[in-house]
Design a protein around this ligand. Structure first.
Ligand SMILES: O=P(O)(O)O[C@H]1O[C@H](CO)[C@@H](O)[C@H]1O
Ligand SMILES: O=c1cc[nH]c(=O)[nH]1
Length: 236
């Protein structure tokens, strides 16, 4: 057990999916896994372990924002030996071609700042996905026929952003979408030699101002969950 995760070491699998929303973790575990056990309820940040196609998988809520994700990912790596960590999140679309409900696979994650800023200081470290996971997820999305975009995203510190000038530059430089966790997930994976990826579903659009209701964000983004599962075990 750790401060924030109440599971015994053997209750957490080496492959962990990480939705921000703990109720998306519950829905995804109950929908896609068998033999599901709830392994964490500390602070209501629900986690579940079960099996998918014979493989053990944990789906653990990470909370919103990089400081929250950093707590769970640090504990999952250092106390539970998690090896493969895949965020399954929502994002806001930032290009005309990126439509609501499309999937975005984050090849890299730009940011203004992350919790790792104190380490990198003047270095503009480029947080990037594990290439094997990225390729496997893109292949899974193609074979499923899911409208999918692969590229650079933006990991923000705030949901209610006050920098339209910065958004304009990101749109101009091809950023596909905005969310709030992937950059620090990629930093931590690099630091600890683990594999990480973020597979996202577009829930909002910064250009069209569309926005899905919270229940849809919790319970309807199944394509990204299955893409993440297929990518996690593509080589096994
Ligand atoms: O839907 P999740 O996975 O929480 O991801 C996105 O949604 C939250 C904001 O509503 C942030 O955590 C952002 O990254
Ligand atoms: O961070 C996020 C997540 C979903 N939608 C947004 O617009 N921003």
């Amino acid at each position: 057990m750790t401060i924030h995760i109440g599971a015994e070491p053997e209750q957490i699998a080496q492959t962990v999916l990480l939705p921000g929303d703990p109720y998306r973790a519950k829905w995804a575990a109950e929908t896609f896994l068998s033999d599901v056990e709830c392994i964490n309820q500390v602070r209501g940040m629900l986690g579940f372990t079960g099996t998918w196609n014979g493989h053990r998988v944990t789906i653990q809520g990470s909370g919103m924002g990089m400081p929250s994700l950093s707590i769970y990912v640090n504990e999952l790596i250092t106390s539970y030996d998690a090896q493969t960590l895949i965020r399954i999140g929502s994002c806001g679309g930032m290009q005309d071609k990126v439509k609501v409900r499309d999937v975005v696979i984050a090849q890299a994650a730009s940011s203004i700042s992350t919790p790792s800023r104190g380490i990198f200081r003047e270095l503009n470290f480029a947080p990037c996905a594990d290439y094997g996971l990225l390729r496997a997820a893109a292949d899974a999305a193609t074979s499923r026929g899911t409208p999918t975009h692969v590229g650079n995203i933006y990991s923000a510190d705030v949901f209610y952003d006050e920098r339209p000038d910065l958004n304009e530059q990101m749109v101009r430089h091809g950023i596909l979408g905005v969310e709030m966790e992937a950059a620090e997930l990629y930093n931590l994976a690099a630091r600890h030699g683990r594999k990480a990826l973020a597979v996202l579903t577009v829930s909002d659009h910064l250009l069209t101002h569309e926005s899905l209701p919270s229940e849809d964000r919790e319970k309807t983004f199944g394509d990204m969950v299955e893409i993440a599962l297929e990518a996690a075990f593509a080589d096994q």
